[in-house]
Design a protein around this ligand. Sequence first.
Ligand SMILES: [Zn+2]
Ligand SMILES: [Zn+2]
Length: 334
Amino acid sequence: MKKYLLPKGLPFYKANLHCHSTASDGEFTPEELKAAYQAKGYSIIAYTDHEVMVPHTELNDDHFLALSGYETEIMSDYPLDSSFKYRQTCHICLIAPEPDARQVYWTNVYVTKMLRDKHPELVATYADVPDTKRVFSPEGISDLMQTARRNGFFVTYNHPYWSLVDYKMLSAYHGMHALEIYNHGCAMGGYDEYDPQLMDAMLRGGQRVYFVAADDNHGSRSRFGGWCMICAEKLEYRAVMNALHSGHFYASTGPQIKELWFEDGQLHISCSPAAKIVASFGIRKKVCIRKEDCDLTEAVIPVDKNDIYVRVTVWDEAHEHADTNAYFTEDLFA
Ligand SMILES: [Zn+2]
Ligand SMILES: [Zn+2]
């Protein structure tokens, strides 16, 4: 029997899950972002301004959904006298289970004049809330992520390269749903913010994380470069959050994945015209299918019970990539 890994027959919605607006340090208003992203085929933006979650339900219509979120930070405090560029940090996007959920981490210093002017009721809600204590340690960071998780948030760990973080540190953080495997803003700034080795190391280390690609756009330079295609029943808040929590999406900088299913020990994928399709299994084994004229649109990939998992990357002629989530063999063969 076919196991559909991206639910069959449901629509895909193009989503930018990491986005900054004028509610923090972004150049564009939420309305301008909606218009610009819709013109590029997006249906979903998670507004993830720094430290402040502003719901934008007024932007929702039949063709657009605003997810409420924010990006929170824990920065290393060592060495204390060093400037920002020397300090390791941890940025996490938290996407709320419902539009007006309460923030789990709060810092008053991020309440800007714009917020006081435009969202006084929101600022008033947190007026007496003390800043959440932040500790840059595996325990402190895991505690943040697990607290958010317990409160229903979808937790993504952002741009590890820019944050000066390596696998050893990352593997000690527990509680993320997803790892940002492509961050367009950082990539435009010159960081190699696409790291398949890190993905496999996390999975092999036993962390069942999903993978997202996102813009992290602050201005016009870092838009429309990395996105997720979310396979959901409908364009409604709860349906989309369910799809995220279920891993019913893939990350892309270009190629499209149309179908993905597992049957009789084989993974089937169909996609937009590709130059190569590469499967990774968590062990010293790869499957790489190439076509010189770059018109590969499907592949059948054998999976063995002794593989740890399977995940697939579709590469197109322009060297853009689409990445599936990882599917563990103990689930596929169950
Ligand atoms: Zn960030
Ligand atoms: Zn950001």
